[in-house]
Design a binder for this molecule. Structure first.
Ligand code: PRX
Length: 651
């Protein structure tokens, strides 16, 4: 590289800005920048003040203990219970009868649980767990569809101090087995099946297959959801509804230490072995409740819907723990966005008059592909705020969301964070921050993020580099379950005294952060490091393109050449003229350096179950290698099809 400090070149320019609308500022919880200033002056005092919003059985002695860094401790010696904070404390207020969870099943059934109802169900479930032999400190694996029993089970675990490990219902028996064995779970909570696009996901069958090799598991608690025949092992398996009917209401919440483990959540690592990210109790609850309230501008009469699956961290922090700690009404939907029709999300917004919608760029790109007629047939006028998470959002997808879902009225909070961070760290505050499409904007008050070069030095504004966090934050992961060395090596060794996120980013002249994706998703064309994200955004900017994945393909001269996989919007044909047009479009948006060497049209892109594009597999295809690990793919057949088409086109 000509200039070693130049970690990533950022060439795409985005000049549109959107200040908060006056009507929004007027009622916003946060209207000015004083919180940022306050937190800058004294970060720990800022977090201590936020912690006052949580109910503690015993107050902490010290806000942050750095003596054993990077094993930080927050709210040292504080005692609390997360389920108490999410339920009991609302029962002494008018919120007792407020809807805590509004749930809609894929077949169209629905259920509303008030905070009082939630108390009944959670305390009963806690008693069931005890009856099945679960004690404080035991791990419980939860493998359920998006049904109310999932948050009920999580809260019941939190109540008795048993850390849960939720495994996303789309994972296979083998993935489930590895996750159960890693944390040595004693109990598994599952269901007979779950609904997905009208079909049944055989959860209990997967669970039985997994348990053939899970010696730590003593009992299985099974919810009846789909009603099909299942294998039932006497003495090991128990029906949820039978156990719950017998269980008494009321269960004293355990007094947990702020640093006791609340949950483990597995996330994929580069080596293939999943990492059990450990989150604890006090700091986590303070972090998620504060960010949820301020970033989503939560008022008591809001209906808030985060469309993630609770199997991911987004669901843990922003469907369950953040919203319920804030006494908010949180919507949960079981199924697919295109079932029975492609307007299901919009039908749900219309039906419940949703005010705040939090979803992912991958979903937005699918909606763009399906066309505006779907949201157009529903009344979306209740919406006042939109959010995104999970990937960089291409500016055109942002504009589409803004225009067709938000009707140019709703601010969009683009929230950057990770399973490991537990809480949102970079995001606008909707009543304060001027938005720029494609930028997650600036760090939340009390969060110290920066963009650094190879040596850990801040790069100048206007340049790109590695995204790091320079000081601890309350909801941070505490370790990797059973592997503290990996925790240190993975996050705290690349740069001294800094947490390395693994993401590339640029900060612009205004100090706004532009996340450019994982640093492994970088292409080196003739010594220039280009983020795949920028080229993808330039492609998605073209009216024919719904989605694009860009990879670097080995090239004799340039080192790497840009190779693009593109899906088109409905009604467009992948003609040779269009290929030329798209190449020219990228040159116009970014420059000749980024011009794709080849463009390949495909009906689908390979994605992980949480919707992230798997560029690694596309690289394998483009370079004619045997496909790498495909077990984390949502639909492994997609990649096989692309490979076949690609190879037949090449020959
Ligand atoms: O690369 C960043 C991307 O998703 C990664 C974290 O993924 P995960 O642990 O699955 O958690 C997703 C939900 C919090 C990050 O390292 N990412 C997440 N949000 C954004 C993002 N990239 C750009 N913009 C975002 N808003």
């Amino acid at each position: 590289m000509a200039n070693e400090d130049k970690v990533l070149e950022a060439l795409l320019k985005e000049d549109r800005t959107f200040p908060p609308p006056a009507y929004f500022i007027e009622k916003a919880l946060v209207k000015d920048t004083s919180l940022y200033e306050e937190a800058k002056k004294d970060r720990e005092a800022f977090w201590a003040k936020q912690a006052e919003n949580i109910d503690w059985f015993q107050k902490w002695d010290k806000v942050l203990d750095t003596s054993n860094a990077p094993f930080f401790k927050w709210f040292v010696n504080g005692k609390l219970n997360v389920s108490y904070n999410c339920i009991d404390r609302h029962l002494n207020t008018w919120r007792r009868t407020k809807a805590a969870i509004i749930w809609e099943g894929e077949p169209g059934d629905d259920r509303v649980l008030t905070y009082q109802d939630l108390y009944r169900e959670v305390t009963r479930c806690a008693n069931v767990l005890k009856e099945l032999g679960v004690r404080r400190g035991d791990r419980v694996t939860i493998y359920l569809p998006m049904i109310p029993e999932l948050p009920i089970a999580m809260l019941a675990c939190a109540r008795i101090g048993a850390p849960h490990s939720v495994v996303f219902g789309g994972f296979s028996a083998e993935s489930l087995r590895d996750r159960i064995n890693d944390c040595q779970a004693k109990l598994v909570i599952t269901a007979d099946g779950g609904w997905r696009r009208g079909g049944i996901v055989p959860l209990k069958k997967n669970c039985d297959d997994a348990l053939a090799e899970c010696p730590s598991v003593e009992k299985v608690l099974m919810v009846k959801r789909t009603g099909q025949d299942v294998n039932f092992v006497q003495g090991r398996d128990y029906w949820w509804h039978e156990m719950m009917a017998r269980a008494p209401i009321g269960c004293e919440p355990e007094h947990m230490d702020a640093e006791d483990m609340l949950y483990i959540l597995y996330t994929s690592g580069t080596t293939g072995k999943p990492k059990g990210v450990v989150h604890t109790t006090g700091g986590y609850l303070v972090g998620v409740s504060t960010t949820h309230r301020m970033i989503f501008d939560i008022k008591d009469d809001d209906i808030y819907w985060c469309t993630a699956d609770i199997g991911w961290v987004t669901g843990h922090s922003y469907i369950v723990y953040g919203p319920l700690a804030n006494g908010c009404t949180t919507v949960m939907y079981e199924g697919s966005p295109d079932w029975p029709e492609r307007d299901r999300f919009w039908a749900i917004v219309e039906k419940y008059r949703v005010n705040i919608l939090y979803t992912a760029p991958t979903a937005i790109r699918a909606f763009m592909k399906w066309g505006t007629e779907w949201p157009g047939r529903r009344d979306l006028s209740s919406l006042r705020l939109l959010g995104t998470v999970g990937e960089p959002i291409n500016p055109e997808a942002w504009m589409w969301y803004y225009k067709y879902i938000g009707n140019e009225r709703c601010p969009i909070v683009d929230t950057w964070w990770q399973t490991e961070t537990g809480m949102i760290l970079i995001s606008p505050l909707p009543g304060v921050t001027t938005l720029k499409p494609g930028s997650a904007t600036i760090p939340f008050p009390g969060v110290e993020a920066a963009v650094v070069d190879n040596t850990g030095k801040d790069v100048p504004l206007g340049s790109g580099g590695y995204l790091v966090l320079k000081s601890p934050w309350p909801a941070m992961l505490r370790t990797i379950y059973g592997d503290p060395d990996r925790y240190v090596a993975q996050y705290w060794s690349r740069f001294e005294n800094m947490y390395f996120t693994g993401d590339g980013a640029r900060w612009d002249e205004d100090g706004y952060f532009w996340i450019m994706g994982r640093v492994d998703d970088v292409i080196n064309v003739s010594g220039h490091r280009l983020g795949t994200m920028e080229i993808e955004s330039a492609l998605v900017d073209h009216p024919a393109v719904a989605e694009a994945a860009v990879i670097g393909k080995a090239h004799e001269v340039k080192g790497q050449a840009v190779s693009a996989f593109v899906t088109l919007k409905e009604g467009f044909q992948g003609t040779p003229q269009l290929i030329e047009e798209l190449k020219a479009h990228v040159v116009k948006k970014i420059g000749a350096l980024a011009r794709p060497e080849d463009i390949f049209f495909t009906a689908e892109l390979p994605k992980t179950r949480s919707g992230k594009i798997m560029r690694r597999l596309l690289r394998d295809i483009a370079e004619g290698r045997v496909l790498g690990d495909t077990t984390t793919l949502a639909d492994p057949s997609v990649v096989a099809q692309i490979k076949q088409q690609y190879e037949s086109q090449e020959s």
